[in-house]
Design a protein around this ligand. Structure first.
Ligand code: ZN
Length: 344
């Protein structure tokens, strides 16, 4: 098969579009002919190299995958060759106390497709049958690839970490990011009040079109001040944060007393500081979040299939142009998901 692999960590030039061995299908697994694979920031960290994490080399990234079933392994029931599917990005043991209580994202062996296993920057990928989610005919492959990781992450952050209800006021940082566009849509579907941020007039207009009640232009406005004005000095119940150092202080200041900040990333740096007086005097809660439960993705996917959610696609690139796709994501110019296409 053709795949995009890297043999050593580095810049985008380490990504090689090349021949790779077809993956072998073992029992309990299926082989997917990849139609589309969406990029995530995780892919950039993998390519650059992570402290204390050794990746299998040569490495095939890609956690967000859609396609058709090419082969079904032994001991797999209910799935057939040719079926259109998208994939759960999280892989777990399925046997431990965490997995059996529906909190597979806390499993000690938790992994994401394309991390310790080969991912979707390829024509074929082999995954556990438990990761396969059949998709209806009206869902196109690009939307199906752009959906799982960010909607799962945002769903778990809002409901699991934030305690989202229709009475919540939510600040979603960076509506143009993968998690941001998903969080705005999920919070609005729950009829919460949503304030979001974006950089520049064009992205602000697109954030409003997503359904946000208010958008703050973070290039010209003081975010925390504007949030306080929009909430009559109260602040928000939930902040969905993933940007890190660049937005952290404004995010903390935007919380109401008893508010919850949920974070799943630090793309601008992780050395944020916290004034402990805010923590106890304002009785704030800080929640770290990584991925989410398989059951939560199925709940979110139901919303996709019913037409409540539509992942925002920034741009698609043929698999062979993965370097350009990585450069686009690194530039921060995107609004929504960047997707590699393979056989469609
Ligand atoms: Zn487990």
């Amino acid at each position: 098969m053709k795949a995009v692999r890297f043999h050593a960590h580095g810049g985008t030039d380490v990504l090689q579009y090349e021949d790779a061995p077809d993956p072998q299908v073992h029992a309990g697994h299926v082989c997917i002919r990849v139609a589309a694979c969406a990029l995530n920031h995780l892919d950039l960290w993998q390519r650059r190299g992570l402290d204390r994490v050794r990746l299998p080399m040569p490495h095939i990234s890609g956690a967000d995958i859609s396609g058709t079933i090419a082969e079904v392994g032994a001991d797999v029931a209910g799935l057939t060759v040719g079926q259109r599917v998208m994939l759960q990005p999280g892989v777990s043991c399925g046997r431990c106390e965490k997995c059996l209580s529906g909190r597979d994202f806390l499993c000690r062996s938790y992994d994401v497709l394309g991390y310790q296993s080969a991912g979707g920057y390829a024509e074929l990928v082999v995954v556990p049958a438990a990761n396969v989610i059949p998709i209806p005919d009206h869902i196109d492959f690009i939307s199906a690839a752009a959906f799982p990781l960010t909607f799962l992450t945002a769903w778990h952050m809002l409901y699991g970490g934030g305690g989202l209800t229709s009475a919540s006021t939510v600040l979603v940082v960076a509506a143009g990011s993968g998690v941001g566009q998903a969080a705005v849509q999920i919070a609005k579907a729950a009829r919460a009040r949503v304030i979001t941020t974006a950089r520049g007039a064009d992205k602000c207009a697109r954030a409003l079109a997503l359904g946000a009640d208010h958008v703050v232009d973070s290039t010209t406005e003081d975010v925390a001040k504007r949030v306080k004005t929009l909430t009559d000095g109260r602040g928000v119940d939930i902040v969905i944060e993933h940007v890190g150092v660049a937005t952290w202080d404004a995010s903390v200041c935007s919380l109401t007393t008893g508010g919850r900040l949920v974070t799943c990333g630090a793309t601008t740096g992780y050395d944020a500081t916290l004034d402990l007086r805010h923590l106890f005097a304002r009785q704030l809660t800080f929640v770290g979040s990584y991925m989410g439960a398989k059951q939560e993705l199925l709940q979110a996917a139901d919303g996709l299939f019913r037409g409540w959610f539509a992942p925002v696609i920034d741009q698609t690139f043929p698999l062979a142009e993965a370097r350009a796709a990585h450069e686009r994501l690194e530039s921060g110019a995107q609004f929504g998901k960047i997707v590699l296409t393979s056989t469609i």
